[in-house]
Design a protein around this ligand. Structure first.
Ligand code: ADP
Ligand code: MG
Length: 656
């Protein structure tokens, strides 16, 4: 059996971290080197601890949520290991997290009967940065100028174990690894180093970990039972492990939560609040879910799904190393915390699946290739899309925010999962030249086609504002034709692979000649398309072609321009400009055709240039290049030769 999903790989990475004994003295003078050792924290941890101990945070109480979630994780890990190891199973006992207050000693402790830690694991886990949330917190702080030194950030990221140093000036972790006959005590004052020493077995939990906080002088509130209970209800209410509270030394424990897994309860018995708590626990995010989906599949395979669409964008949505945080349980035993339960284009969904049909000892490879998991993944994808479609119909505002956060990811499915294309098209929303709010559906678009309009027109790029102002759009706008403004990188890919929508092909307005002559000018508009080119303009066209030959495919008189003198479009066949640009940026140089320069035969600048070229071609050459470069600039590109461009513009300015 493979190591517990997620933690195994991470622990391996952590062991190589730069945690080294700093106090050689302690090591060499102690009679037994294995006795007590001093270790230096990894540099990032030291920096984090500095922040924890010296900054004032408004959300200090999140430390308890972090300790309880570590305790619950440890219990789930042991449950998992015990599946394959009877000796461990015998040791495991009934899962329990016990919190104890000792007013006289000014301590608060959190004890679990989970998997515990060996000496090596202690060094790795409580000496380096373990959680991705902690890492993100540090990164985020680094980009801020310190004004909001984490004030409201800390709760959002979940800073893990080290957050306890906000309330404690000394922390001890007494721990015994399941299956081991040794116990250890980890101690630190959060000032750059920590100590580990062996612990007599009777001073350690029989199995698991006891974390004891020696509360600092500002933390009296955490010695009050009502306060602890309040924090737990607020942050850890839906945890799937029972939690006891010992209110005072020597008192009987009182059960605070029964630890019944939330997803096993009927929907009608679960409150919004419970769902929210649970979502926050599994996602490590502290917003409200935008959508909660909870159902039990019965029939050939039986499983329960609890899925959440987050209310805001996770900070690591586009991080390629990002773990899915999908939890797979088999009859309440956590098998994997990053199982592949969702298609990649739904990776923002937080999900728990509990299957009754998988074997408990299912390995990671088996999870990936298991037909039951395959069926679950399919069902979940369909269900989430259906719920999103319902939301788009019933709560437009909420749906708009979901689409704003995750539309760019969902659209990856148009490219990657053609079988879902129609369902995704049904919920996709776009900004268009006529509707810049981003709420246009394709259905709206095709219902409002102009007479003789045969395609769904789009323009792709990376800046919606610039797209809306593109010269290529002018003729379409004049004819009352709407154009999709596609500004997500993924758009360029799906739009070329999708055959169309409702029988209408997608067509780029920056590729090929504009085919809008047959579309009538809207009533009341004085627009007329550009007329035949004059002899002078025809001559200019030929000269431009000669001068710019290395950089363009052709020069032609445009039917799509109105206000601008020139624009660039892609040749009829091959890649659209934006896609070519993106492919070129990713290193595919030279394989793309050159663009076509279209000129506006009625534009003053073009007419003036044509006259000049006829009279004296040499003096007009600078103007040829300027026409070309301004067309590039309108597409968001740099002039071909910036120095030459600057020289030409300067010369132009110097003229009377
Ligand atoms: P995270 O929980 O995101 O990994 P933390 O900073 O909360 O990050 O915890 C760091 C690591 O310390 C955990 O991954 C785990 O390996 C270990 N750890 C913390 N608390 C316990 C515990 N009660 N029992 C066993 N291991 C623990
Ligand atoms: Mg944690």
């Amino acid at each position: 059996m493979l190591p517990f999903a997620g933690s195994g790989a991470r622990r391996g990475r952590r062991q190589q971290a730069e945690t080294t004994p700093v106090n050689d003295h302690a090591e060499t003078t102690t009679t037994d080197a294995a006795e007590r050792k001093d270790y230096g924290f990894q540099a990032d941890v030291a920096r984090l601890l500095e922040l924890m101990t010296h900054s004032v945070y408004s959300e200090r109480d999140i430390f308890l949520r972090e300790l309880v979630s570590n305790a619950a994780d440890a219990i789930e890990k042991l449950r998992f290991e015990a599946v394959a190891n009877e000796a461990l199973a015998a040791q495991a006992g009934a899962p329990l997290v016990a919190i104890a207050i000792d007013k006289d000693a000014r301590t608060l402790s959190v004890t679990d009967n989970g998997v515990g830690m060996s000496r090596e694991e202690l060094v790795g886990a409580l000496g380096t940065i373990a959680s991705s949330g902690t890492r993100a917190f540090l990164d985020d702080l680094a980009t801020k100028n310190g004004a909001d030194k984490g004030g409201s950030l800390i709760g959002r990221f979940g800073v893990g174990f080290y957050s306890a140093f906000m309330v404690a000036d000394r922390i001890e972790a007494a721990t015994r690894r399941a299956g081991s006959s040794e116990a250890f005590l980890w101690t630190s004052e959060g000032k750059g180093s920590f100590q580990i020493e062996p612990l007599p077995l009777d001073a350690a939990p029989a199995v698991g970990t006891r974390v004891t906080l020696h509360l600092n002088s500002e933390s009296d509130e955490f010695l009050e039972p009502y306060r602890i209970e309040q924090i737990l209800r607020e942050h850890s209410g839906a945890i799937a492990i029972p939690i006891d509270l010992v209110e005072e030394k020597g008192k009987e424990p009182r059960r605070l939560t029964d630890g019944q897994a939330l997803w096993t309860r009927p929907k009608s018995e679960v409150s919004e609040e419970d769902y929210k708590d649970f979502y926050q626990q599994i996602s490590g995010q502290f917003d409200e879910p935008a959508l909660t989906i909870h159902w039990r599949a019965e029939g050939r395979t039986e499983y329960t799904v609890l899925a959440f669409v987050p209310g805001s964008r996770p900070y690591d949505l586009f991080d390629p190393e990002r773990k899915s945080r999908s939890k797979l349980y088999v009859r309440r035993v956590l098998i994997s915390r990053d199982a592949d339960l969702l298609p990649a284009w739904l990776r923002f969904v937080r999900i728990v699946v509990d299957s009754a049909d998988l074997p408990l000892n299912v390995s990671r490879e088996m999870v990936q290739n298991n037909p039951i998991i395959g069926a679950i993944r399919k069902a979940v994808g369909a269900r989430v899309l259906k719920e999103l479609a319902d939301l788009s119909a019933n709560d437009k505002e909420k749906f708009a925010s979901v689409w704003k956060n995750f539309g760019a990811v969902i659209k990856e499915g148009l490219h990657e999962d053609p079988t879902r294309r129609d369902e995704i098209f049904a919920i996709a929303r776009f900004a268009t030249a006529q509707h810049s709010d981003g709420g246009r559906s394709l259905k709206d678009y095709v219902e409002n086609l102009r007479p003789n309009q045969t395609a769904i027109y789009y323009i792709a790029g990376d800046d919606k504002k610039r797209l809306a102002a593109s010269p290529q759009l002018e003729g379409y706008r004049a004819k009352g034709i709407d154009v999709l403004l596609l500004d997500d990188p993924v758009d360029s890919f799906w739009v070329t692979s999708a055959v169309g929508f409702d029988g209408k092909p997608f067509k780029s307005v920056t590729q090929g000649a504009a085919d809008i002559d047959a579309v009538p000018t809207p009533e009341g508009s004085a627009d007329t398309p550009p007329a035949e080119a004059s002899a002078e303009v025809a001559l200019l066209t030929a000269m431009l072609k000669e001068t710019l030959a290395d950089n363009i495919e052709d020069v032609r008189v445009s039917t799509r321009l109105r206000e601008s003198p020139a624009c660039l479009v892609a040749a009829d066949h091959g890649f659209d400009l934006q896609l070519a640009r993106m492919l070129a940026e990713s290193g595919n140089r030279g394989v793309f055709g050159k663009p076509v320069l279209e000129i506006n035969p009625r534009h003053e600048a073009v007419l003036a240039l044509a006259r000049k070229a006829k009279a004296d071609r040499t003096s007009a050459e600078d103007g040829f290049w300027l026409l070309f470069d301004t067309a590039r600039i309108a597409d968001g590109e740099a002039p071909l030769d910036a120095a030459a461009f600057a020289r030409r513009v300067t010369a132009l300015l110097a003229k009377d």
